[in-house]
Ligand binder design. Structure first.
Ligand code: FES
Length: 79
């Protein structure tokens, strides 16, 4: 994985229902998933009991920023 993300953030669980960590979401994005649907199909995220109400917006942000959160793009030194 070529993203510059500290391990603590990389292994944060994004899809709580399915226990999918950010590392898996980012790997899917790096390997060509360019939509939330594609990420969900590849990783299994978004198919839990909450129907992606919790992880959907987070995955959308990661897809939009190619694996990063908005605050990481604007303030990398605060990690
Ligand atoms: S947190 Fe991902 S489906 Fe519920």
């Amino acid at each position: 994985m070529s993203l510059n993300i500290p391990p603590k953030r990389l292994f944060r669980v994004i899809c709580i229902c399915k226990g999918i960590p950010r590392s898996k979401i980012c790997a899917a994005i790096e390997n060509g998933c360019s939509t939330v649907t594609a990420v969900n199909q590849k990783t299994g995220s978004g198919s839990g009991g909450c129907n992606a109400t919790r992880c959907g917006p987070v995955i959308t942000e990661l897809v939009k920023n190619r694996g990063y959160f908005d605050d990481e793009l604007s303030d990398e030194d605060s990690w």
